[in-house]
Design a protein around this ligand. Structure first.
Ligand SMILES: *Cc1c(COP(=O)(O)O)cnc(C)c1O
Ligand code: SF4
Length: 338
């Protein structure tokens, strides 16, 4: 592949941006002026869960820094292959709440629809890194059972498109899907969970903005940003564009050792998000998924960090610290030490 200069990829459309993503750890490390570690270990981790890093995201990493907080989120490591008791393939037992392929109905009033079978970035800590996307493949042909299920339950007021990343679909595909949902009278809100505005900001296209602006459903977009260094001007503008299209824009973060387990980092993240009209929503404790144990921190440490964050941030900049528990009727809030 011809090496791209920064300027070239900034001018490309989002699909082209995706094709140019880094998929080979050695290539990403060389690009960051970092040595390549032992190949065998890397290979095993990549086979378990491939590496995928869009270039606009890689461009925000500090060259020469092996501990860069963005790099740590996406670089396969040998540690992932160390078995750790309690860290399993399906930590949230989602397979028990999967009434039709592609749909997860765990909480009252809202369903989560897995419309895409991949993401624009592969986050190493992802609780769905071993998800059965094939068994839940959800092309247009599989829409009807999902739509029938939603139509049959008048309690369902909100449909959450999640992932895989729903914004990996073309806007025309999303528009058709939204049209189908709009026809179900009791559905009032459309929520999109996506990391694309962060890792490939050009995904927030004018046609996506139109879709959000024009739907009769109340749109909510939950972005997924873990560190203030993830927010550059392009990302900030993508957030603003979602807000200007009438969406309520929220952010969820996963608390990760070596990435954002620092009160200054979390406080700065809340401030930077708010500058671009994004409201901090959830701070998740890590779900115990196989391969991600090295990102976890002890609960007491998480709670005292959270307490320190509360002590230094405006209340509305502090996300709710939550832990997901299989079988619980909501994401369970965790409180600080006071
Ligand atoms: C997180 C999640 C939701 C949304 O929960 P909120 O607390 O409303 O953000 C809905 N369904 C599933 C399966 C989820 O995992
Ligand atoms: S974008 Fe979200 S769903 Fe996709 S790999 Fe990252 S954490 Fe997982």
């Amino acid at each position: 592949m011809i090496p791209q200069t920064d300027l070239q990829w900034q001018q490309t459309d989002w699909q082209q941006g995706l094709r140019q993503a880094f998929r080979d750890p050695a290539e990403l490390l060389a690009w960051l002026d970092l040595p390549t570690p032992e190949q065998d270990a890397l290979l095993a981790a990549c086979q378990d869960f491939p590496m995928l890093v869009p270039r606009p995201y890689a461009a925000r990493m500090r060259p020469g820094d092996p501990n860069d907080p963005l790099l740590r989120q996406v670089l396969p490591l040998a540690e992932e292959m160390t078995p750790t008791p309690g860290y399993v393939d399906d930590p949230l037992a989602e397979q028990d709440a999967n009434p039709v392929p592609g749909l997860i109905h765990k909480y009252q009033g809202r369903v989560l629809w897995i419309t895409a079978t991949g993401c624009a970035v592969n986050c190493r800590y992802c609780f769905r890194r071993h998800f059965d996307y094939d068994g839940n493949a959800n092309g247009r042909r599989q829409w009807q059972p999902v739509l029938d299920y939603i139509a049959a339950d008048a309690d369902i007021e909100e449909v959450i498109l999640s992932g895989g990343d729903p914004l990996l679909h073309q806007d025309a595909y999303l528009a058709q899907l939204v049209t189908q949902l709009e026809r179900i009278p009791h559905v009032r809100r459309l929520r999109i969970h996506t990391r694309l505005p962060v890792v490939l900001p050009q995904r927030v296209t004018p046609s996506l903005q139109n879709l959000l602006r024009e739907t009769r459903l109340r749109p909510v977009v939950v972005v997924h940003c873990n560190h203030p260094a993830e927010i550059d001007v392009a990302t900030g503008e993508a957030f603003l564009a979602l807000h200007q299209a009438g969406a309520t824009v929220l952010n969820q973060t996963v608390l990760l050792r070596g990435v954002n387990d620092c009160v200054d980092t979390l406080a700065q993240l809340g401030e930077a998000l708010f500058d671009y009209r994004v409201q901090p929503y959830y701070l998740h404790l890590l779900d115990p998924v196989r391969g991600a144990a090295h990102f976890d921190l002890p609960l007491e440490e998480a709670l005292s960090l959270y307490d320190a964050l509360r002590a230094r941030s405006s209340g509305y900049l502090v996300p709710t610290l939550v832990r997901e528990r299989a079988g619980a009727p909501y994401k369970v809030p965790q409180f600080g030490i006071n």
